[in-house]
Ligand binder design. Sequence first.
Ligand code: FAD
Length: 297
Amino acid sequence: MDVKDVVIIGAGPAGIATAIQLKRCNIQPVLLEKEEVGSLLKNANLVENYPGFPNGISGLDLVKLFKKQLSRNKVKVGFERVRELEYKDNVFFAKTNRRVIASSIAVIATGTRPRKISTPAISDGVKGRIFYEIYPIRKAKNKKFAIIGAGDAAFDYALNLSQKNEVVILNRSKRTKCIPALMKRCVESKDVSFLCNVSLRKIDKKGERLLMTCLHSDGQGENRIYADYVVIATGREPCLDFLGSQLKKCFKNLLRTHTLYMVGDVRNGIYRQTAICVGDGVKAAMRIYRKIEKEGG
Ligand SMILES: Cc1cc2nc3c(=O)[nH]c(=O)nc-3n(C[C@H](O)[C@H](O)[C@H](O)COP(=O)(O)OP(=O)(O)OC[C@H]3O[C@@H](n4cnc5c(N)ncnc54)[C@H](O)[C@@H]3O)c2cc1C
């Protein structure tokens, strides 16, 4: 059996940083990605807190640079979804749709997935107009978007989409959870409006548009809003649906012994930022190198 040194699952900033640092140590990792390289970051309107870009950089452009750096370091990406990661007899087995890859060390860099909302009732004909990320609809023009949520992502999506469209942000309370810089820009934009204290009950199709029925939390009745698309940004949760049953049993122990690593958003709770992910990845790779050196010699 061909056992690789390291398998990295996920080619977002955390997985990319891990892979590049490993290559610098002469370790060729297997980097697996189920969609596109850097898929979440592509949604970011303007990344202003990643050092090296004094004027900020769009998420899409930052991902382009990450890709360039991967290719310059000759790190190949295998575009395969890991369906299961299992652990048996001191070896990890990453099962993809095409093959099973065995490795001594595994790095989980799978980020997060959107937390889906249970209400409202969404009829089938409407589903194709509801999005959890804006990358697929980034080219929309002269449309109306309703964004559900009150955090950084909701406001960042609003700023991005309002460059060519009209946007309304629906928030179920009065409190917002986004950083002041994003809030200020949204308040100043003539194309972004807010509706607070409303909870979305229903989304129906009315002709070519969507009709959203919202209830006011203060008991002041119903509000009806028309839009072309709905973007749901009500939080994210770690993407860990591929852990095998044996692996789950020894998960904590493998983390403690630096045989298994979690890097980036998948482990960082509400502290989901690119610079943190990159730091996590570089640190994990440095630990892996030390471990391989120690065990090899
Ligand atoms: C709207 C928005 C704006 C943002 N703005 C900023 C900002 O200004 N500054 C900042 O620092 N950060 C920002 N972020 C956050 C930043 O995008 C994330 O912190 C970062 O992308 C997380 O990197 P990651 O590598 O941990 O996870 P991700 O980027 O989520 O990458 C994980 C990768 O793993 C892949 N994957 C998942 N499961 C599997 C599997 N089973 N098999 C194979 N591959 C898998 C996914 O497809 C994905 O490509 C923003 C995010 C959003 C949504």
